[in-house]
Design a binder for this molecule. Sequence first.
Ligand SMILES: Nc1ncnc2c1ncn2[C@@H]1O[C@H](COP(=O)(O)OP(=O)(O)OP(=O)(O)O)[C@@H](O)[C@H]1O
Ligand SMILES: [Zn+2]
Length: 743
Amino acid sequence: MSETTDISTFFPEMTPPASRVVDVLLPLAVGTAYSYRVPEGLEVAPGDIVVVPLGPRNMLGCVWPDPGAPGERKTIDEARLKAIIRRYDVRPLQPDLMALIQWIADYTVTPPGMVLRLALRHDETAHLGRERTGVRLTEKRPARATAARQRVITALSDGLLRAKAEAAKDAGVSASVVDGLVDEGVLETLVIPPEPAAGVPDPAHAAPDLAPAQAEAAHVLRAAVSARTFRVHLLDGVTGSGKTETYFEAVAEAIRQGRQTLILMPEIALTQAFLDRFASRFGVRPAEWHSAVSSRRRARLFRAVADGEVRVVAGARSALFLPFRDLGLVIVDEEHDTAYKQEDGVHYHARDMAVVRGRFCNAPVVLASATPSLETEVNARRGRYQRLSLPTRFSGALVPRLEPIDLRREGPAKGRWIAPRLAEEMGKTLESGGQALLFLNRRGYAPLTLCRACGHRIRCPSCSSWLVEHRFRRRLECHQCGYAMPVPSECPSCHEPNSLIPCGPGVERLQEEVQALLPTARTQVLSSDLAGGVERLRAELDAVTQGEVDVVIGTQLVAKGHNFPGLAMVGVVDADVGLGYGDPRAAERTFQLLHQVAGRAGRAHIAGRAYLQTYMPEHPVMQALVAGDRDAFYDREIAEREEARLPPFARFCALIVSGPDPHAAQAYARALAACSPFTPDVRVLGPAEAPLAMVRGRHRFRLLARSARGFDLSAYVRAWMEGAPRAGSTIKVEIDIDPQSFV
Ligand SMILES: Nc1ncnc2c1ncn2[C@@H]1O[C@H](COP(=O)(O)OP(=O)(O)OP(=O)(O)O)[C@@H](O)[C@H]1O
Ligand SMILES: [Zn+2]
């Protein structure tokens, strides 16, 4: 992204055109906005949300600024255009949001309508125009008073406004009785005033005493908020250093200035504890925005954010597209988290786009992490981002070092996964009243099921992945496509009965082993697929915080930002799991994940310890973790990336060509490669079979385009796609700029 871009480069004219024709961008996968006629008596301007006819149906869209040269319009025959039906009564999208949508569309090589769709999602907008009405008793009495009618009058005699269904229910009558009374004027209908979308946070509610390093960082952030200028700050604090309390001071300043704040979080299961912490600092919870919030509530928030009524939103990456009236601060918590990258539809990285949004609205951006992404670390080292360091834990405790357990020398017996030393340490931890956490990034019981008789391995019928046994649900499941089948009683290949055996551990199997080792311990598995969904997950996380669980067995979900005060010990069961797939980001991911997991231990008043079971203790990632030497890891990784011309020292774009027929998909991928425009700045690699060669019955081939850092790879790919031969209808091309995952 170039430093000089600003809104005016996209939208030279933000004034409404004199013509009675406007462009309306629809939330569809089309390349451009459509022209519509503005009917007599309606005034619309760019940013307005309108309803327009499209084919047989009506659709919501956004009046879009016209980037074309003035006068071009004259060629359009106005009379033949369809007219806008009406304008929605919500505040128009602001220029900075429209600029963001256009920018992301250009950058990710996606039609702008697809990006608009992230801002105008159907399930919210379905509720946008709706007002809730209720009924209330008037002075008038019915001409004909039946018993049912009398019950309604009695039930509503308090004079309060109720929804119609509620009135009928309270009186024990059908809705038609209520309707009859409305028709006669005995009841009047009124709009039910909406409840406030969120409370007003009080910046002075409970200001904490900050540690000196926190105070210093908070000072810089407060100044940045009041300066109202774009700047990116890396809040680089060790795990447990109190990054949250520190950036809350920036939030407090934004509230004082009357401006809005967006806080992005990687994991919605995390938000509960966060909302409570926010409430103890500011007196009320912030507005919460993610897919588990009801669509009615989201519609309400959409409006309230646009009106400026909601001051602080904490949410998942889609909150980036909310129509803030006056955004004054953007925070990305755990900025290194992979969940920020959307891997389908529009392939955008929410952390990077948060930076773009901050720039478009002249607001400071805070990226917080104990293990910054390599991209961010390089930006901080170059001085493009300002680093604010919190070098110690708030509690004064030391960040635990990871102690290696060499599985080649002191591994567990065959068929077991917990080494004797780790088992012993867990026992000691529990005896002294602490909690232990075992980390294994594998859901289910066993990652592979094998026939003892013929060696057959059970794989998904439509993906190139093994089926994972979930013993609790008694099923084999595909983690790619969700396919599930009961565990068969005989081998599907040789039909030998009772011959199937689980291979390797998942968290469920580990729980069994812990129960055998420590029969009195209260154990809990925590993974994203926990039966009972987010609600259950939140309850279990709470139980852990309250000390109601002795041993937590968790996947990567437990590595993210949790603050479990009683947790004294962490054991990483298989530290090697993420390494060695030829993924250029494998070392970075492993380092971040394991460092974060270890960081869950010893956060309050007990000392923390962490162990790492590995077959390769000499691996540089393990060495850096064991030495607690973060800089050594970054130094080495940065040098290697630079040497190998990998991001952030080069840019990549992955093109995934997929189709039901492998030959057709491969042939098209080859044709695409052959027509890539020649320039010495770009190298196109492939096509090669993607590491995940088949997903949902589609065979996948991957092309990678690589360029130097400063090169506009998006423009290159766009030109390439425009000149590409037409693909058959079954073939799909996905464009993934700055790919995070190389599968
Ligand atoms: N100034 C403060 N006053 C009181 N308590 C604080 C203060 N700063 C931090 N804490 C407490 O210290 C603990 C750790 O803080 P926090 O969870 O913000 O750390 P973090 O830097 O976000 O760590 P991680 O990167 O592991 O998520 C929390 O219990 C928090 O409430
Ligand atoms: Zn599958």
